[in-house]
Design a protein around this ligand. Sequence first.
Ligand code: RIB
Ligand code: CA
Length: 310
Amino acid sequence: MTKKKILLDVDTGVDDALALILATQSRAFHILGITVTSGNVSLDQAFLNTNKVIQWLNLDKSIPILRGSEKPLRRHPLYEHRVHGNDGLGGALADQPVQLPDGGDAVDFLIQTIEEHPRELTLIMTAPLTNLARALMKKPGIAALVKETVIMGGVVQGYGNITPVAEFNMYVDPEAAKIVFHSGLPITLVGLDVTRKARLNEKHLADLDDSRFGSFVRQATAQYFAVSEKRTGVRACALHDPLAVGVALDPSLVEKRAYYVDVETNSDLCDGQTVCDFQNRWGKAPNIQVCTDVQSERFLNLFMKTLKGE
Ligand code: RIB
Ligand code: CA
C-alpha cells in the first residue's frame, strides 16, 4: 500500500511531540517534512524540541525540519509554558543530544513541497497557522494543489482553552487562521469539541510503562496532568495534536459536517473564536469540514497500540 504523503506543521510542545511519535511510528505516512512555528514555546525552543524528538526516535529515514515564524502575523507571541513546561517538553529528553540543521525556510519549503506533489499532500497543522498563512499570501495558488488539510484548532460548541471562547492555536494568530479558512484549502477542523474527548489517563500511562515510549510520555505529560487536575478535577492529558494525526490516519474515527466557519479578529472579548454557522444564517457556502464527534476509545486504542509497537 502506498504511504500517504504528509507534511506536519508544529509548535513542539508536549502534544505535538506525542503527535510526532504517533505519525512516525504508525508507518502509514511518507513524511515529506516538518515545519516549525512559535506557539507553545518560542520558535528556537520549538525547533530544538522538534529536532530533539525526531533524533531521539532514531528513524531509518531523515526528515527535513524547517524553521518558520518567530511570531504571529500581527500580534505578539504568546507562549504556554504553564502547560508545556519551561522547555516545552515537560522536562523530558533534557539530556538528549541534538544536532540542529541549518538553512531552509518553512514557508518556502511548504510552497515547494505542495507544488512538487500536486493533489497528493496532506497537511497536518498542529500549531498556530502563521506558516501556512504566509505561504498562501506568497503563492495563493497552492490552495488548489493540496489534497487535504487537517487542522488541530478552534472550538465550535464549547468553551475555549486560552480565553472563554477561543482555542490556543486560533487565538495566537487569528489573522493567519482567517486567511487559511478563506483560502479554498480543503480543511478538516479537529477542534476542542473532539480532542477533549481523546484523553490519556493514568491507566494509559501505566499501560505504556514497559514500552519504549513509556517514560517519555509519563515525564512529558506530568505537568499537563497536574494542570488538568487543577482546572477540571480530572488527571488527564487531552491528545489534541495526536488526534489530528489520527484523523489523517483514519478519517472514520470522526464524524464531520460541512459548515461555514469564520474567525474573529477584531473583538475585545472574542478574538480567535471560531464562529460556526450551524443554521446557515449568513447564507455562505461551507468552507470547513467540522469534526462534530469522535470514536475516542477507538482512537486511544490506535494511539496505545502504535506506541506499544503492537
Ligand atoms: O489548544 C491546543 C493546541 O494548542 C495544541 O496544538 C497545543 O500543542 C497548542 O499548540
Ligand atoms: Ca501544538
